[in-house]
Ligand binder design. Structure first.
Ligand SMILES: [Zn+2]
Length: 369
């Protein structure tokens, strides 16, 4: 039997001269070092890291450049693309005119349909005549949501917001606010895509990446795992510091995304060795994936327990749980996300038989079971 060849590169990154940082059980091999927007930092000779701006708390998204075999000359693939906004487009353009000018873009990988990940994919695919490699569900959602632009939200959406506990004023604001924000930060995707299924193995240059999908944040978020070199492009599936949003989505209002999220955490926990280098979409590359996944799972279970205890003392609508779940003020910019996440926790308790719902005047009131 052939023995496995040693890893091509030392992904421990100790040779880069940065001081590793330990924080809350995780190791950041590069400390606080990160590339500037549109700069490329080489994590390995064939693996580059860049960042693009994202407005608001997220601040940035990490994108990855993978050396690839090109028909002529030197090629590279991109994993995730940034929001389709003037800032990001300018950074891409200066990279194409500068550091990437001698190289050929071969293909575009996208982890999931969220705008900061898929935003520039269509623009880049059309500009360079390359294909978008994406999970089918995620690609369909991106196509569907960017096509759904209306003057007013559908009535069923407003009814659902009332169900969650939005007051009249907030529902009214939403009614006149238009519908289809998604399309504003996402360029038009090509009509076809190259499908990434769970467990598929994709060769990119000298590396083999195994696709690993997870649910809960989005329906079939695709991570790329290089088992041989011990590295995972994790997208939003495994973030080091912030917790990924797990929300009830309007495309599937009866779903139980938190159950899917917890199942995905167990799936990744079982499949990934603990010394894997995690390349997250937000924050810094880190090691300690088991500790991080355990913390994410226990964090949700603690919230579920506290929520269940609170429901024993009073009935609550989704919007009544913000203080308990988030412990910080929820402004208008994130009110919708917070509501979706609150509903995901309530739904989980309801499906687990730990809470029950009573609907009065179209509003959902939750009680302990
Ligand atoms: Zn996301």
């Amino acid at each position: 039997m052939a023995t496995k060849a040693p890893p091509a590169y030392d992904m421990s990154l100790v040779d880069h001269g940065f001081e590793a940082k330990e924080l809350k059980g995780l190791t950041y091999p590069l400390g606080d070092h990160a590339p500037g927007y549109g700069e490329i930092y080489k994590l390995a000779p064939d693996l580059g890291w860049t960042r693009m701006p994202v407005p608001g708390n997220l601040n940035h998204i990490n994108l990855w450049l993978l050396d690839d075999d090109a028909a002529e000359g030197e090629g590279y693939a991109i994993a995730d693309t940034g929001l389709f906004m003037p800032d990001t487009v300018e950074h891409w353009k200066s990279m194409f005119a500068g550091v990437l000018s001698e190289r050929q873009l071969t293909r575009i990988f996208v982890t999931h349909f969220h705008p900061d990940h898929v935003g520039c994919a269509g623009w880049l695919a059309n500009k360079f005549k390359v294909s978008v490699w994406m999970n089918r569900t995620e690609w369909l959602l991106a196509r569907l949501m960017s096509a759904d632009v209306r003057d007013h939200p559908p009535e069923e959406i407003l009814r659902r917001r009332k169900f969650y506990g939005y007051d009249e004023e907030r529902v009214e604001k939403m009614r006149v606010g238009g519908w289809g924000n998604f399309a504003r930060a996402v360029s038009r995707l090509p009509t076809g895509h190259h499908r990434l299924d769970d467990k598929a193995v994709v060769r990119v240059g000298n590396r083999e990446w195994t696709i690993m999908t997870g649910g809960g944040h989005t329906p079939e978020h695709a991570c790329m795992v290089d088992h041989h070199n011990g590295v995972i492009i994790a997208g939003d599936q495994i973030l080091p510091r912030i917790t990924s949003n797990v929300s009830i989505m309007d495309s599937e209002p009866e779903a139980d995304p938190l159950a899917e999220w917890l199942a995905s955490i167990a799936k990744f926990r079982a499949a990934l060795p603990d010394d894997m280098l995690v390349l997250p979409a937000h924050g810094f590359p880190f090691k300690g994936v088991h500790a991080r996944l355990d913390r994410l799972a226990s964090g949700h279970h603690e919230q579920l327990d506290r929520l269940e205890a609170a429901l024993r003392t009073k009935e609550m609508r989704a919007v009544d749980t913000f203080g308990l779940l988030f412990g910080r003020p929820i402004d208008d910019g994130i009110y919708g996300l917070a509501t979706g996440e609150a509903m995901a926790h309530l739904r989980y308790l309801e499906r687990a038989g730990r809470a029950r719902i009573e609907i009065r005047d179209g509003v959902g009131w939750f009680h302990a079971a």
